[in-house]
Write a protein that binds this ligand. Structure first.
Ligand code: FES
Length: 141
């Protein structure tokens, strides 16, 4: 009986371990997006990562630092549709279920607002006037 218990708990621990520890960390890299001087305040540029994720980068200030810019995922956190910027409404809009996000990516309408799901941010930096975004190199398996 003891052997059966040990075998049973061992199998359970093995299954639990597979779910808890199998994901290796995703490889991230800083990717060149463009020249900061060519992006005016209010401009929106889209960038696709090697993993196929679309990132929307907006310029909100003129200090010449990374604080002027915001890099947000273009993938709606509700069910994964692509959001787009609506300049006339000053918001990101998801056409799938009428989700909306303010310019900072905070959900303000639709299912994402009800679930408090904002657009994920990507780290962004400026080096020698060049915009870089840190993003995964590979898509999730
Ligand atoms: S997928 Fe965007 S609101 Fe549902």
């Amino acid at each position: 009986m003891t052997g059966g218990l040990v075998a049973g708990y061992g199998a359970l621990a093995g299954i639990a371990g597979r779910f808890l520890y199998t994901q290796s960390p995703r490889k991230l890299a800083w990717m060149f997006v463009g020249e900061a001087a060519k992006v005016k305040v209010g401009d929106v540029i889209r960038f696709e990562t090697p993993a196929g994720q679309t990132v929307t980068i907006t310029r909100r200030g003129q200090t010449g630092t990374a604080d002027d810019f915001l890099a947000l995922s273009s993938t709606c956190p509700h069910l994964g549709c692509q959001v787009h910027w609506e300049a006339q409404n000053s918001r990101f809009f998801c056409p799938c279920h009428n989700g909306a996000f303010d310019p900072a990516g905070k959900a303000i309408a639709g299912p994402p607002a009800e679930a408090r799901q904002s657009l994920p941010k990507y780290p962004l930096r400026i080096d020698n006037g060049m915009i870089f975004v840190e993003a995964p190199l590979e898509a999730l398996g």
